[in-house]
Design a protein around this ligand. Structure first.
Ligand code: GLP
Length: 246
């Protein structure tokens, strides 16, 4: 079932989702959170700050990561997760994983290791007994994680090529457009659908079209976000502008 909650502003959406996470962690102190980067989940992380003491044993798995950025690059999703989530919420860095975070930095082993990084990530999620609550944003192409149009609904964590549009959209975070990596490693749509609860956040008019297509358009791999319609427990948190095409 998909529940759509329209909130007055992103902060109210963040508070609502933070309450759900707090309730989950009170039941299960070592809950497994699916973490997302991008601007959409930031109000959730902010609203969780006063509850940091509760979150000590929480485990986290990020949705996606760029491939090819130098270690420690401020725009790597590992760095973003450290800045926005691990640090302010006092999570244990060893309990938070990002796809590809176990790759040797360089050398001959790098390529082989990269090809198998997806399988290793899936195994780590399985060993943590799956994701309890997965946070999601949605891109202008309808992508979730970095699953661009055409991604299989059965896909699992793997290396992908970024579309030109997504590279352009994300160029604002880099000093030059060609600094945006060509590749990424992302959880697949099948990985995301295996989480027990999906929470999709979208704010602003720029998201209205992709959001409406994901929530009530045809279920199709040309709009990866529509995969959420195959899940039994989805909460969509939007402001009026993002809800305007529903
Ligand atoms: C990036 C991320 C996605 C994210 C999307 C939307 O491409 N890989 O996981 O959902 O951007 O970002 P924002 O929430 O900033 O609009």
């Amino acid at each position: 079932m998909t529940e759509v909650v329209i909130v007055p502003n992103p902060a109210a959406g963040g508070a609502l989702v933070a309450d759900a996470i707090v309730a989950l962690v009170q039941r299960r102190p070592d809950a497994v959170l699916g973490l997302a980067t991008g601007s959409s989940p930031l109000p959730v992380y902010e609203a969780l700050r006063p509850h940091a003491a509760l979150l000590r044993d929480v485990r986290g798995f990020a949705l996606d990561e760029y491939v090819g950025l130098p270690a420690g690059h401020p725009q790597s999703y590992r760095a973003v997760i450290e800045r926005e989530v691990i640090g302010p919420l006092g999570l244990d860095p060893a309990r938070v994983r990002v796809p590809g975070d176990d790759l040797p930095a360089t050398g001959a082993d790098h390529e082989t290791s990269l090809a198998e990084a997806g399988e290793r990530y899936e195994a780590a999620i399985a060993a943590a007994r799956g994701v309890d609550l997965q946070l999601l944003g949605i891109g202008a192409t309808g992508h979730i994680g970095f699953n661009e149009p055409g991604s299989s609904f059965a896909s699992r964590t793997r290396v992908k090529t970024l579309t030109e549009q997504t590279r352009r959209d994300n160029a604002r975070f880099f000093t030059a457009p060609d600094e945006v990596p060509l590749h990424c490693i992302t959880q697949g749509l099948g990985t995301i659908l295996a989480a027990r609860h999906l929470v999709l956040l979208a704010f602003g008019a720029a998201k209205a079209e992709a959001l409406a297509a994901a929530v009530e358009g045809p279920v199709t791999s040309s709009l990866p976000g529509s995969a959420i319609q195959l899940h039994g427990r989805v909460t969509v948190v939007v402001d009026d502008a993002a809800a305007s095409a529903l």
